[in-house]
Design a protein around this ligand. Structure first.
Ligand SMILES: [Zn+2]
Length: 129
């Protein structure tokens, strides 16, 4: 009996399982446009302008039935919460960190700010009633 061959086989099986997992929150939120209307990204706590290449944090939530994440609040580095404070019924919540990147729009004269280099900072699965 050859134990080395057996372990290699198990390793390959684990990799294929991992590959079919759904996209991570980091992948989903990368490229998200941050300046919907005003063209300026502001911290929701201290109102500081978060400029291009600055570190930005976002509070994202997703209802159990919904496919898309909804980034509801943006924070500067100093105001970013370390954890999701109150688990919410039926809602998956996450705090993500990243940087403000820019994306040029060919049809407009301006560029848009978007979320890049996304990393997950805190995560709260939905609570069950
Ligand atoms: Zn702030």
């Amino acid at each position: 009996m050859n134990h080395t061959d057996c372990l290699e086989g198990q390793c390959g099986a684990d990799r294929s399982d991992y590959r079919v997992a759904s996209a991570s929150i980091e992948q989903i939120l990368t490229g998200l446009v941050l300046d919907e209307e005003s063209g300026v990204v502001r911290c929701c706590v201290c109102d500081a302008v978060i400029g291009a290449t600055d570190i930005v944090f976002g509070y994202a939530a997703r209802c159990v039935e919904a496919a898309a994440w909804n980034v509801q609040r943006l924070y500067c580095l100093g105001c970013a919460p370390a954890t999701v404070r109150s688990p919410t019924l039926g809602v998956t919540e996450a705090i993500v960190g990243g940087r403000v990147g820019t994306r040029s729009c060919p049809t407009e004269r301006t560029h848009r700010s978007c979320l890049v280099e996304v990393t997950l900072r805190a995560y709260s699965p939905p609570t069950e009633g």
